[in-house]
Every structure is written in C-alpha cells, then in structure tokens.
Design a protein around this ligand. Sequence first.
Ligand SMILES: [Zn+2]
Length: 253
Amino acid sequence: MAEKKATIRFYEELNDFLAADRRKKELEIYFYNNPSVKDVIESFGVPHTEVDLILVNGISAAFKDRIKHGDRISVYPKFESLDISSLSKLKDRPLRQTRFVLDVHLGKLARYLRLCGFDTLYDNRYEDHTIVEMSGQQNRIILTRDIGILKYSTVQHGYWLRSDNPGQQLREVIQRFDLKDQIRLFSRCMECNGTIEQVDKQQVAPFLLEGTKKYYDRFYRCRQCGKVYWEGSHYQQMVQQIRQLLYEINRGT
Ligand SMILES: [Zn+2]
C-alpha cells in the first residue's frame, strides 16, 4: 500500500500542546490507512476537547471523518469573539448553563468558582473515570491540569488549565468560557457548592462570635450545609481580587 501524506496546522493556543519546533506551522503527516481526524489531532497531544473547529481543505469536518491523501487540515481552538456555532460540526450538545467538574488538584479554583456563583463539583477523592462520568451525565465542563482526563473519548466538554496559580486559572476560565457577565457573588457555598440565601441576623445570631454580631448585619446561609457567611474582611479581600481580575480582563491585559 502506498504511503499517503497530508498536512496539518494548529492555530492559536492549541500550539501550547505542541513541541516548540512544531508550533505555528504546517506539519506533514504520513499514513497508510485513513485515520480519523480525531486520531490525527490527538497523536499530536492535543485533546479533542480543546478543539472547536476543524477545516479539511477549507470545509468544516467532524472528528470521525477520515483523512485522505493530500488533505490540508486546519485545527482551531475555541474562538473568543467569533461565533462559529453555525460552522462547526463538533459538539453534539451545546451547553445551556455553564457548570463544572474539577480534577482533584483544583480545590482552590473550586472555591473561587463557587464564590463567583458557578456550579462547581469538586472532591479530592474523585477518580478520573468518576469525573468523566459526571461530566457526561450532568453536562459539565471538566477543568483539569491533567491532559489525560481529556483524552477519554466520551468527554465532550473540557479545558486544560495552562496555569498552576488558582487566580490565573480563574481568569483563564472566565475568559475561555466568556463568563464575565455571569458572575454572581454570594450565591453559592464555597464549601459544598450548595446555593445560599440571605437570612435574618436573628436566625444566625446564636452561632456568631460577639465581634461578628457587633460589626455585621447582612448574613447568608447555605441551603445545603448550613454554613453562615457574612461580608467580613476575608470576603472583602476575595471580592477585591475578583474585581481586579475583571478590570484586567476588560482592559485586555
Ligand atoms: Zn454549603
């Protein structure tokens, strides 16, 4: 059987997954049978969940499509500003509501996301296959620092975090999924992901320290675990961080 050849090029941040000498240029691939587009892309170490649009010879292609001799493949990540939903064939089920499930190393990010009001499942006892199952059953985006999880073929929505720093990770997630306008501070419990509601001071007074009772009047309680929140100095600091982050995102820095 004759060897066949095609070319592939990865765009924008998909290059993060490639070795330095393979970035931002056309790469040649050689094959005998006709591999699927998905297999070819993943052979370069790029998880399919990072890909939002594939063009083969200028026409939108699906992951299962087969590569032929002479094909030119262009692979694009999630577009930030351009709506390609009418073009792309990739995602079976669009997400209506942005929800997450996090891998076991992302406890701090989980708290940040919950602080911002995003439905975020996290438990440091989750195993990879559990995370993948929850993602599929509940239509949740997997956030991870472990590319391996995103290579399960059943994963539809996932994102590989570039940074190790929780503040940076939050920024990545907000930008990547365009969540700036969906942030709702104080709507979700940082401990358990339950929703929280405002409660009368009288109702929670017996559980409060004297100082807290004296200086604060607005209180919130988690409907699920009962944890009581108030706008103390720790909260103020976190809110300040989120404001700063949004300011920087808006400025494009
Ligand atoms: Zn709670």
